[in-house]
Design a protein around this ligand. Structure first.
Ligand code: DGP
Length: 112
């Protein structure tokens, strides 16, 4: 399978790691849209949040358990935003489930 995020998880494509455990991997986004912008991915290839089911939902628990630790490590003491894009209308460009963690400034009130 040709997946950029699987290649990042495997170390075949370099990334700036911010967090890793047995279930998930987090790294700085290559095109940051906020002063802090990292991406958190499950280590198993799941195409998007639309493919979450009872078999793989444990990755969501692991990711959302990791997010407060990652946010604290990155100094996001005043809040942040978590976004996942899904499919064409959601403007998902990489077809491996990922959550954007954005912060470091007061974010726009547009788009949630
Ligand atoms: P999305 O549009 O929601 O699918 O977001 C994909 C994000 O992944 C986008 O913000 C840019 C980031 N990205 C794509 N390729 C790479 C890469 O090779 N390295 C890193 N660090 N980020 C990448």
């Amino acid at each position: 399978m040709d997946c950029i995020f699987c290649a990042i998880i495997n170390g075949d494509i370099p990334s700036k790691k911010v967090y890793e455990d047995e279930s998930c991997y987090a790294f700085h986004d290559i095109a940051p849209q906020a002063p802090v912008h990292c991406v958190i991915v499950p280590k198993e290839h799941i195409s998007s949040a639309d493919a979450i089911n009872s078999e793989n939902a444990h990755y969501i628990s692991a990711i959302f358990t990791a997010i407060p630790k990652i946010a604290a490590d990155l100094g996001l003491t005043n809040g942040y935003r978590v976004i996942t894009n899904i499919g064409e209308d959601g403007a998902q460009s990489v077809k491996h489930l990922h959550f954007h963690l954005l912060g470091g400034k007061k974010l726009s009130e547009n788009i949630v």
